[in-house]
Every structure is written in structure tokens, then in C-alpha cells.
Design a protein around this ligand. Structure first.
Ligand code: NAD
Ligand code: DAU
Length: 353
């Protein structure tokens, strides 16, 4: 058996592929366009591993996806590919519409045709798992209960609106065509291979470079943090036992204001790699203009996944954030390649043409 993963060179996708092949021998076909967010270097530990096939291409390219499905006959397609950064969606929403909505639509069409042609047993066993976000539910006040799976969709950024649209398409393909879909809506992830445009890796990288640590607005916006391998284990569990057509929220009950996150990162760096002048990294914190339309609070109610499928996260925030800071300190080459843009030439350098 084989699975096909889209976006498997990005942050969560690459962690998922590495995690999957640590836990099982089932081969992975990894289709990724290698946008600025895709980094082939995340997967070098799989070089020469016959269980991993990397395909450089667009998940919205119907001919390519048709050919991959026909050749490899996967028992499941897991869709991680997306434009994922809220700030980029504000400055340039077009790419988000194209990738997250049109791309997902094209993928669904290719998968529907493939699934429709399978023989009965394979057809019954097939799954399409769509990886989505808690941002589709909008913003909570301090006292609102956490998002459940039946919370109304109220996306507030072009990113979250495009993800909401993709979730609706996935739902519609189940209800209209019977496609066996599963959707996960997860809270903020952190961990290895996180691109340093997002809060936690940006703070780790900027702190060490002696740069400002830009906190948007008053820094009291709340996010609900989950270590990335816990997201991966949740996806594996939903793929294995999730009920068809259902949505599962994924989160670790770790709500924290942004400023607390930045202070925690600074304190860990003070301990693990103190500044040469002996001053604390938090001296680098700078308050900057807030993100337009900035959601105030996200919080995930993960009880459905916990009770129905028995999933629980393995990491606490304290263990996960320590591992994360340590990973960035232990991988200066990865960081340098990302900062210099050299990671974009990685394929040519490493593998020739
Ligand atoms: P990312 O930006 O790090 O990676 C996205 C990957 O998709 C990249 O490798 C990129 O090259 C690839 N990609 C983009 N367009 C493509 C296309 N047209 N065809 C093939 N590949 C393409 O994103 P991430 O943070 O790893 O997020 C992965 C998924 O999880 C996304 O769908 C995102 O919405 C969702 N999600 C992310 C978080 C989070 O905190 N990062 C939380 C919940 C859900
Ligand atoms: O909730 C899940 C979502 O989490 C995912 O769907 C998105 O793909 C992912 O990018 C993430 O979205 P956020 O907007 O929450 O993540 P980001 O790291 O961009 O920002 C986290 C918080 O920190 C947010 O409130 C904005 C703030 N922030 C961010 C940056 C980059 C700052 O204060 N300063 C910064 O420099």
C-alpha cells in the first residue's frame, strides 16, 4: 500500500513524512511545488530511502496528479499543500485563492475520477484527508468557549477565507459524490523545519542575529500551540479510524498570549546560548504596528478527537518549546540556507538536474 502526500516539503508536511516513515514502512509519494515555503533539505535524511518518492510539481496539475494516482495507486491522499502565511495573504491574496481554493478543487477532481475507477474493496478503503486550520472559525473573546467542530465558520483573513473555501469543497465532495473524506482543523503548530516568517522561528532566528523581535500590537493575542509531531500523530489516527465525512479539531489545550511566547523563547535562549554582552534577549523586543484584521484569540476544543479516537498529545508546551529552540541551535546550516535563500538552490546543488 502507498499514500500520496501533497506539500510534503513544507513545515508540517515534511515532519509528517519523516514521522510516517519512522512509524511504518508504507511508501509515501510526496508531491510538492517547492514554493518559497517548500524546502527539499527538510527531507535529506530520506535520501536513498526507497519508501520515499519525491515529485516536484503542482497539486493542481490535473495531468500530473492523474498520472501519479494511476501509477502508484495510493490507498489515501493527504492534502497539506497550501499557502499558509496570514501576513502574505494580506499583502498578496491572489496566490492564496489560486493554491488553496483552485488547487484543492483540481486535486479533488483528480481524486474523484481515480476513486470512481477503483474496484469495490479499494474504493471502500480509500481516504482523502484534508489538513486545515482553526483560523476558519474566526476569533474568540477572552471568555468564549473554545472552538468545537460545529462552531460557525467566520474567517477573517484572505488566508483563512481560502482555507474555509477549501474545507467547504471537501465537504461538498463527500455529500455530493460520496468521496470518503476526513478533515482536520488544527491550532498553531511549532517545531523543527518551521519557516522563520512565523512567530516562534522568527523570534529564535532574529534573537540570535541581534535583530529586533517584532511584537504586533499589544502582544496579548492568544494562540493555542501544538508541537508539530503531535499534529502528525493526530492526522495518522484520524486517517486510521476517523469516521467518513467527519471533521476533527486538533489542539493541545495550550493557550498563550504572544508576548508570553516571546518571553519564553528569550528565556530559553538566555539559558542555552546567552548573549555575548550578558544582557537578556528580551531587550530586543520591539512593539510594531498590528496586523490588519488581527484575530484576538484562537482556542481548540479537541475532545471529539480525544474521546472518539483516543488521541492525546505527547508533548507539553514546556517540553516542546525547549526541543524547538534546541533544534534551531543545533541546525545553524538549515537556518543559514533559509536566510540566504540558498535552500532554493538545494535541489540543483544536491541532486544536479
Ligand atoms: P508551509 O507553508 O510550511 O508548507 C506548504 C507546502 O505546500 C510547501 O512545501 C509548498 O511548497 C507546498 N505547496 C504550495 N503550493 C503548492 C502547490 N500548488 N502544489 C504542491 N505543493 C504546494 O505550510 P505548513 O505550515 O506546513 O501547513 C501545512 C498545512 O497545514 C496547510 O494546509 C495549513 O493551512 C495547515 N495548517 C498549518 C498550521 C500551522 O500552524 N502551520 C496549523 C493548522 C493547519
Ligand atoms: O492557527 C493555525 C494557523 O497558525 C495556521 O493555519 C497558519 O498557517 C499559521 O501560519 C498560523 O497562523 P498565525 O497567524 O497564528 O501564525 P503567525 O506565526 O504568523 O503568528 C502568530 C501570532 O504572532 C499572531 O497573533 C501574529 C503574531 N506575530 C507574528 C509574527 C510573524 C507577531 O506578533 N510578530 C511577528 O513577527
Amino acid at each position: 500500500m502507498t499514500i500520496l502526500v501533497t506539500g510534503g516539503a513544507g513545515f508540517i508536511g515534511s515532519n509528517f513524512v519523516l514521522d510516517w516513515l519512522r512509524a511504518s514502512d508504507e511508501p509515501v509519494i510526496n508531491l510538492d511545488k517547492l514554493t518559497y515555503a517548500g524546502n527539499r533539505q527538510n527531507l535529506t535524511s530520506l535520501d536513498g530511502d526507497a519508501r520515499h518518492t519525491f515529485v516536484h510539481g503542482d497539486f493542481g496539475d490535473a495531468a500530473l496528479v492523474d498520472q501519479l494516482l494511476a501509477t502508484h495507486q495510493p490507498r489515501a491522499v493527504l492534502n497539506f499543500a497550501a499557502e499558509s502565511h496570514v501576513d502574505r495573504s494580506i499583502s498578496g491574496p491572489g496566490e492564496f485563492i489560486q493554491t488553496n481554493i483552485v488547487g484543492t478543487f483540481n486535486l479533488l477532481e483528480a481524486v474523484r475520477a481515480y476513486w470512481g475507477g477503483l474496484e469495490a474493496t479499494s474504493k471502500a478503503a480509500f481516504r482523502f484527508l484534508h489538513v486545515s486550520t482553526d483560523e476558519v472559525y474566526g476569533s474568540l473573546s477572552k471568555t468564549d468557549p473554545a472552538f468545537t467542530e460545529v462552531h460557525r465558520y467566520e474567517p477573517n483573513s484572505p488566508y483563512s477565507a481560502s482555507k474555509a473555501a477549501s474545507d467547504h469543497l471537501v465537504r461538498a465532495y463527500h455529500h455530493t459524490y460520496g468521496l470518503p473524506v476526513l478533515t482536520t482543523n488544527c491550532s498553531n503548530n511549532y517545531g523543527p523545519f518551521h519557516f522563520p516568517e512565523k512567530l516562534i522561528p522568527l523570534m529564535i532566528v532574529n534573537a540570535q542575529a541581534g535583530k529586533a523581535l517584532p511584537v504586533y500590537g499589544d502582544g496579548q493575542q492568544i494562540r493555542d500551540w501544538l508541537y508539530v509531531t503531535d499534529h502528525c500523530s493526530a492526522i495518522r489516527r484520524v486517517l486510521e479510524a476517523g469516521r467518513l465525512g467527519e471533521v476533527y479539531n486538533v489542539g493541545g489545550w495550550n493557550e498563550k498570549p504572544n508576548l508570553e511566547i516571546v518571553h519564553t523563547v528569550c528565556a530559553l535562549l538566555d539559558e542555552l546560548k546567552p548573549r555575548s554582552d550578558g544582557k537578556p534577549y528580551q531587550d530586543q523586543i520591539t512593539y510594531v504596528t498590528d496586523r490588519p484584521g488581527h484575530d484576538r484569540r484562537y482556542a481548540i476544543d479537541a475532545r471529539k478527537l480525544e474521546i472518539e479516537l483516543g488521541w492525546t498529545p505527547a508533548e507539553t508546551f514546556e517540553t516542546g518549546i525547549r526541543k524547538t529552540v534546541q533544534w534551531y541551535l543545533d541546525n545553524p546550516d538549515w537556518v543559514a540556507n533559509v536566510l540566504s535563500g540558498g535552500y532554493r538552490d538545494w535541489v540543483a546543488q544536491q541532486y544536479g538536474n
